[in-house]
Design a protein around this ligand. Sequence first.
Ligand code: AMP
Length: 114
Amino acid sequence: MTDCIFCKIAAGEVPSQKVFEDDSVVAFRDLSPKAPQHVLIVPKKHIANVAQFQAEDKDLAAHIFVDVVPKLAKELKLDGGFRLVINTGDDGGQTVNHLHVHLLGGRKMTWPPG
Ligand code: AMP
């Protein structure tokens, strides 16, 4: 999508601090980190949010959670645990309308998040 910041980051048109990239996914550090480790895991395909997942996205969704999350958690040394957040839509606090999974760690998380 032409006017999407995360599409531009995925395409390398906007700089980011990438920590992972393969054919279908990119992960980079959040500009405004909420924890010592705060990475955004983003599919390269423009999907607005999880409510817009299609049947054809099943492999992509599995890849993110089965392959990418555990790999990054290990590389970032989040052995004590971490939090995944997927803000979805206005009420969910989503500000960038390109699906992304926040991977947060490196400190004790509180609940509820507020
Ligand atoms: P959300 O509120 O779930 O949509 O989260 C969007 C996140 O994207 C926020 O935590 C922002 O700090 C982050 N963000 C926005 N623009 C950039 C960017 N260019 N590079 C890295 N992170 C960004």
